[in-house]
Design a binder for this molecule. Structure first.
Ligand SMILES: [Fe+2]
Ligand SMILES: [Fe+2]
Length: 185
């Protein structure tokens, strides 16, 4: 699943974050089976930005927490066994995201930090306490669901391809040969 043109343009608007070399490493951290953490964060930021505009919340703040909410370079598929004392990724990556954001010089208000810390609600150490927090956690879940379904539908497409290209075509060839032979009887 790749970013569409609108999402690429959106990422350009926030290149103070998206062009950061450390942040760009998120492109090599896989997410939800169909994408990477950079693309996922851009999608979440874009949805959070749109929701914030409708709900009267600062859209730039929503975009910022969307872009930074998963700023953790751990690949939870393979790298997180020995770090963070065996804690689950869902609990520690929001904390890492805030720490990494600050290391890279991004100022986050307390409300923005709370939104990031609680974005995995209900699998989080805190609950959202602001409209910004709810916008982030809802955007994250909607986008994650789309990405997970894209993975499932890709699998289903491959399965259909195998079915069409394999069994059905074989059956058609068998059927054609059978009819062909029948003409000579
Ligand atoms: Fe997350
Ligand atoms: Fe996320």
């Amino acid at each position: 699943m790749v970013l569409d043109d609108n999402a690429i343009q959106f990422a350009e608007q926030y290149k103070n974050i998206t062009a950061n070399q450390t942040y760009a490493k998120l492109k090599s951290v896989p997410r939800h089976g169909s994408t990477n953490t950079y693309d996922h964060s851009v999608r979440v930021a874009r949805m959070a930005y749109s929701m914030a505009k409708i709900l009267g919340v600062d859209p730039d703040s929503a975009a910022r927490v969307g872009l930074l909410h998963d700023f953790c370079l751990v690949d939870y598929h393979k790298d997180d066994k020995d770090i963070h004392g065996g804690r689950w990724y869902c609990f520690y990556h929001p904390e890492d995201a805030v720490i990494n954001s600050e290391k890279e010089g991004y100022y986050l208000s307390y409300k923005e930090k709370c939104a990031i810390w609680s974005h995995m609600f209900p699998l989080a150490t805190s609950i959202p306490t602001s409209r910004l927090g709810y916008i982030l956690t809802i955007s994250d879940k909607v986008v994650a669901t789309q990405e997970s379904f894209a993975n499932a539908s890709e699998f289903f497409d491959r399965f259909k391809f195998l079915l069409n290209g394999g069994h059905i075509r074989t059956a058609r060839v068998k059927n054609r040969n059978h009819n062909h032979m029948a003409e000579f009887k």
